[in-house]
Each structure stands twice: as structure tokens, then as C-alpha cells.
Design a protein around this ligand. Structure first.
Ligand SMILES: Nc1nc2c(c(=O)[nH]1)N[C@H]1C(S)=C(S)[C@@H](COP(=O)(O)OP(=O)(O)OC[C@H]3O[C@@H](n4cnc5c(N)ncnc54)[C@H](O)[C@@H]3O)O[C@H]1N2
Ligand code: MOO
Length: 398
């Protein structure tokens, strides 16, 4: 690493880090996907209904369709007798008309025959011979579903930018779209670095560690809708690292973990500083201070620190919002315990939300991966003296 004054910003704020990463990422592209692959994607254009729903005025119940006026006053003691003139089934409507004193048998979702304006459910009537029924309750217009009562052909029902949750996938189908335009997923190449890193299941020698970063980051990337290109693991060798990262072409971003701090074997840092480009090094945050942003042969590279908590926290509060375009979701909660402040860094302390307040989780070491599973929140303490119990703090949910 060069000892001369760096030609790039150092110690940027969390907000600057986010914005600088977002600025290096490509703009949103659009692709069409079939509904079977639409879940979790983000809609890229407004979707209008191609049909009305319901497509016809129809019954909400199994029963008979009748004229409400004929049935007013019907009761158990004074049932109203109607003549059955036909049947309307979903998909097979009654061809005739329901006249005064008449009704048609009808089933849920079947078109209401002309002349009828109300429904009496089957539980509230009895057959009276083969051609008549006795209604013990008036037929009700409330059980008629009007054509287009849900949406009408041409209505814009789903807006660009909405995440396609399972109910919205169903709605897109009901609107008549076999495929939907969605934002292209960003392709993120993922690489762990360090001679000591091993795959879970392999034997572990003293000083070695299982690659929790790769698996945690893969899950986080998939969770925010990215396509992951797994590059595996690079040993502490500049030549091997260079070969591997030069093979990440086609990705929108290379995300690495490890090798960005002050150590002699932090080769990713050296490679970008000496032969690539660096956009910033170090963020005013803890954990995660050593994070680095740069480019290698035009490909944006975000170097997460190797410490497991640091890498996942930086991903959560810097990388994820830049990739997804969605701000970090925070809550304002009262602090149940004091939280230490740092003079020149925003702290993201692990906390536990209990009974509407947030308390200090306790041990805050960046190697304590277990804490990220036992804590359920990151308490954001701005640069400065810290927070007293009873004060209100910003909390990021984990
Ligand atoms: N003299 C200084 N030393 C350190 C500083 C500093 O400012 N001055 N910063 C510390 C901070 S803060 C962090 S965070 C770490 C980050 O270091 P690196 O990004 O260079 O990461 P490594 O040294 O490669 O590894 C650190 C730690 O994490 C473990 N690790 C690495 N990769 C993985 C993985 N894929 N899965 C699980 N664990 C991993 C590695 O074994 C080390 O224990 O630097 C501090 N040092
Ligand atoms: O990010 Mo480092 O892990 O602050 O300790």
C-alpha cells in the first residue's frame, strides 16, 4: 500500500457510502417474466386490467336468482313460492329471462339472468315439487356481485415500483397478464477472501474459520432480489485474487468480504489502490469501518470487512439500500439502557427490542456472529456522546 496521501476520500459518512455505491450501479433495466417467476420481483410498469372482474354481474352464493320485489316479506311462517324457470352455472348462463313470480337456480360466480336482481341462498329455501321453491327469506341484492365491481377493463390496478407479493401475482393474473414487466435483477458476484476461510463441513485447523460471510451474504442478496454469481473463495495471493476478480465480467457488482483493513495480507485493498480505482476507503461507522468501494476494469467492487458482524451490518445499512433503491427501514423507540456514542463514527449497536423498548444486547465484538441471531435490532447512535436510558433512538430491524 502506498504511503503517499491518498487520491480518494477516506472516512466517508454512511450516507455518502450508500450514495457513492448507488452512483456506480447501472440504472434499472426491464425484462418480462412469466407469472410463475414474478413473485418477489418489482413491477417496472403500470398494469391495466385487460378485462373487468367480475366479467359479468353474478351471484355470490349458491341459491336462486329472483326479483327482490317478489320476495319482500318472505319468512319462515309466510314463505314466498316461486316457479323455477331455469339454471345459471358459472360458465353456462341461463339463456332466458326471470319474470314476475319466477326464479332460476344459480351457483356462486354464475351470471345473473336478465330480469333477476337478487339472490336467496339455498339454506333459506325448500323445494316445493319439481318446479317450485319456497323462500323463507327475501332474496337480497347484496348477494349480487356487479360486473366490474373489483376492477373494470382499462383500470390501472397495479403501479410501477410495487413489489410483487403473492396477492399481487394473483391480481396480475386476474387482470389478464400472462407475463409482467419487472426490473432486471442486479447480478452480484460474491467472493470471500482469506487463507483461513473454509467451507462448513470441512475439517477446521486452529485459526481457520467457516465461511459464514458467503452464506449470510448470499441469503441477504437473494432476499433483496439480486442474482448471485458465486465466485467462491480466494486465497491470500495477489495473483489468485486478480485472476478470480478478473473473471467476474458480466456482473453489475463484485461484492467481497475480507482483506480491506490494515493488514499485510489485505490484498484486495492493495490491488484496487495500486492497479484499480478506489472511490472511498473507510466509512465512519462501527462495526464495519474498513469498508472500501472501487472499480476493477470498470466493474464496481464493494469490499466488505471480513469480520462476520461487520460484513453483514455494512451490507444491511449501506449495500442493501443502494442495491434495492429502498431506504433502510427504521423505527423510533425509547432506549431501555444507555448506548455508548463514538466521537467520529455512527454506531450500530446490537440491541434487543422488548416490550416496546430497545435494550443493549451486551457483547458488541465484530467476530460474535451469534449476537446477530440473538439480537433483533441495530440501534443507531449518531456520532457524539451517546444516548441515555429513556431517550428515543433510531432502530434498524434485523
Ligand atoms: N490495526 C488495525 N487492525 C484492524 C483494523 C484497524 O483499523 N487497524 N480494523 C479492524 C476492523 S474494524 C475490521 S472489521 C477488520 C476487517 O479486516 P479485513 O476486512 O481485512 O478482514 P480479514 O482481516 O480478512 O478478516 C477479519 C476477520 O474476519 C474473519 N473472516 C474473514 N472472512 C470471513 C468469512 N468469509 N467468513 C467468516 N469469517 C471471516 C477472519 O478470519 C478474521 O477473523 O480488521 C480489524 N483490524
Ligand atoms: O468493523 Mo470492525 O469489525 O468495526 O470491528
Amino acid at each position: 500500500m502506498s504511503a503517499s496521501r491518498p487520491a480518494f476520500p477516506m472516512h466517508v459518512s454512511v450516507e455518502e457510502a450508500r450514495a457513492m455505491l448507488a452512483a456506480l450501479l447501472p440504472g434499472p433495466g426491464v425484462e418480462a417474466v412469466p407469472l410463475a417467476r414474478a413473485r418477489g420481483r418489482t413491477l417496472a410498469a403500470d398494469l391495466a386490467a385487460r378485462v373487468s372482474h367480475p366479467s359479468a354481474t353474478e351471484s355470490a352464493l349458491d341459491g336462486v336468482a329472483a326479483r327482490e320485489a317478489d320476495t319482500l316479506g318472505a319468512s319462515r311462517d309466510a314463505p314466498v313460492r316461486l316457479r323455477v324457470v331455469g339454471e345459471s352455472r358459472a360458465g353456462v348462463p341461463f339463456a332466458g329471462t326471470v319474470g314476475p313470480g319466477e326464479c332460476a337456480r344459480i351457483y356462486t360466480g354464475a351470471p345473473l339472468p336478465p330480469g333477476a336482481d337478487a339472490i336467496c341462498p339455498v339454506e333459506k329455501l325448500n323445494d316445493d315439487g319439481p318446479e317450485h321453491v319456497l323462500l323463507r327469506r327475501p332474496a337480497s341484492p347484496a348477494d349480487v356481485r356487479p360486473e366490474g365491481g373489483d376492477f373494470r377493463a382499462g383500470d390501472v390496478v397495479l403501479r410501477a415500483g410495487l413489489p410483487l407479493t403473492p396477492p399481487r401475482v394473483a391480481l396480475a393474473a386476474a387482470l389478464g397478464h400472462p407475463e409482467v414487466p419487472v426490473r432486471r435483477r442486479l447480478r452480484v458476484a460474491l467472493l470471500s477472501t482469506g487463507d483461513e476461510v473454509r467451507e462448513p463441513g470441512e475439517a477446521l485447523l486452529p485459526g481457520q474459520v467457516y465461511d459464514s460471510n458467503r452464506h449470510g451474504l448470499t441469503a441477504m442478496l437473494e432476499d433483496c432480489g439480486c442474482e448471485v454469481l458465486p465466485l467462491g473463495h480466494a486465497p491470500d495471493s495477489p495473483a489468485a485474487l486478480e485472476t478470480i476478480i478478473s473473471g467476474a465480467g458480466g456482473a453489475d457488482l463484485l461484492l467481497t468480504s475480507g482483506g480491506v483493513s490494515m493488514g499485510r495480507y489485505d490484498f484486495l485493498r492493495d490491488l484496487l489502490m495500486e492497479r484499480g480505482e478506489v472511490a472511498f476507503w473507510k466509512v465512519r461507522m462501527r462495526p464495519g469501518g474498513p469498508a472500501l468501494l472501487g472499480r476493477w476494469q470498470g466493474l464496481p467492487v464493494f469490499g466488505l470487512p471480513g469480520n462476520p458482524v461487520s460484513s453483514l451490518v455494512v451490507f444491511h445499512v449501506v449495500v442493501r439500500p443502494a442495491l434495492s433503491g429502498q431506504p433502510v427501514q427504521t423505527l423510533r423507540l425509547p432506549a431501555a439502557t444507555p448506548f455508548r456514542g463514538l466521537p467520529d463514527k455512527t454506531a450500530f449497536w446490537r440491541g434487543v427490542i422488548r416490550d416496546g423498548r430497545v435494550e443493549d444486547y451486551g457483547p458488541q465484538g465484530s467476530g460474535l456472529l451469534r449476537s446477530l441471531s440473538e439480537a433483533n435490532a441495530l440501534v443507531v447512535v449518531p456520532e457524539g456522546p451517546g444516548v441515555e436510558a429513556g431517550e428515543t433512538v433510531d432502530v434498524v430491524l434485523l
